[in-house]
Ligand binder design. Structure first.
Ligand SMILES: [Zn+2]
Length: 252
């Protein structure tokens, strides 16, 4: 739009759509992480998650060890109980049966002791691993916090820009004739925040009549519609997709 041109309805609508697009970008930025931090953020999150996984493995190893030790203790009690019975057996058959029980219980104790030892070793290995990971993470974390500080310092500017865009949107809405505003709002809602479609010149080899299409759905735009939009700045919908058509000199 040149400085000398009169602001038409469609110009105002294009300005409104642009302001909404910029507001959406600003709001997304405020609710997330800026592009320049994304790579670092991903690395940070992955390393942090890796550390949490190791911490969980350490806890699991400790729990496994406690469980194995408790089982071993119970089984040792059982063994003592059987050993006390040895003096009370009445015949060879009872004696053999008791020895067999004692054998099973001893094997059980050995099994639980092995489990406890395995859990202890796992605990030590994972703890050493955690220490390594934490040392490597410390450098990354301080770099991340530094960048986060920079982003926090920039946020007020982005928030202010968003506020300015909200004011601009209200001002532009007031400039529109009510039926055109209603049409814009209906298209904006229907097409998920993208109310407009550009009138696009179809590139064709050779000479012939110029043909125009809707940039969104490729449906033909008739010359009369182009005159309405370009010369009168009126609100005209695409015959097919029903988005509001706009014309821009520079993009063909
Ligand atoms: Zn269309």
């Amino acid at each position: 739009m040149s400085a000398s041109s009169v602001t038409t309805t469609i110009d105002t609508i294009v300005g409104l759509q642009t302001a909404y697009d910029e507001l959406k970008a600003a709001e997304e930025l405020l609710g997330g992480i800026p592009d320049w931090m994304k790579e670092l953020h991903t690395e940070y999150s992955e390393r942090k998650e890796a550390i949490e996984t190791i911490e969980a493995a350490i806890e699991q190893a400790a729990a496994d060890r406690r469980a194995a030790e408790a089982e071993a203790a119970d089984t040792r009690e059982k063994l003592e109980h059987y050993q006390e019975q040895i003096g009370r057996v009445r015949n060879q058959r009872e004696y053999s049966a008791l020895l067999q029980e004692i054998d099973v219980v001893k094997q059980g104790i050995q099994g639980f002791e092995e489990q406890g030892l395995e859990a202890l070793e796992r605990h030590e290995t994972e703890s050493a691993h955690l220490e390594e990971e934490r040392q490597a993470f410390a450098e990354l974390e301080s770099r991340y916090n530094e960048e986060l500080g920079k982003w926090e310092a920039q946020k007020p500017d982005v928030a202010e820009k968003a506020e300015e865009l909200r004011r601009r949107i209200e001002a532009l809405k007031e400039q529109l004739p009510p039926p055109d505003l209603r049409q814009f709002e209906a298209s904006f809602a229907r097409f998920d925040g993208a109310a407009l479609a550009r009138i696009q010149l179809v590139q064709r080899p050779g000479k012939g009549p110029r043909i125009w299409h809707c940039s969104r759905c490729n449906y033909r735009v008739l010359p009369q519609a182009i005159v309405e939009v370009r010369n009168h700045g009126s609100v005209v919908l695409c015959d097919s997709c029903k988005r509001i058509l706009f014309y821009s000199e520079n993009e063909d």
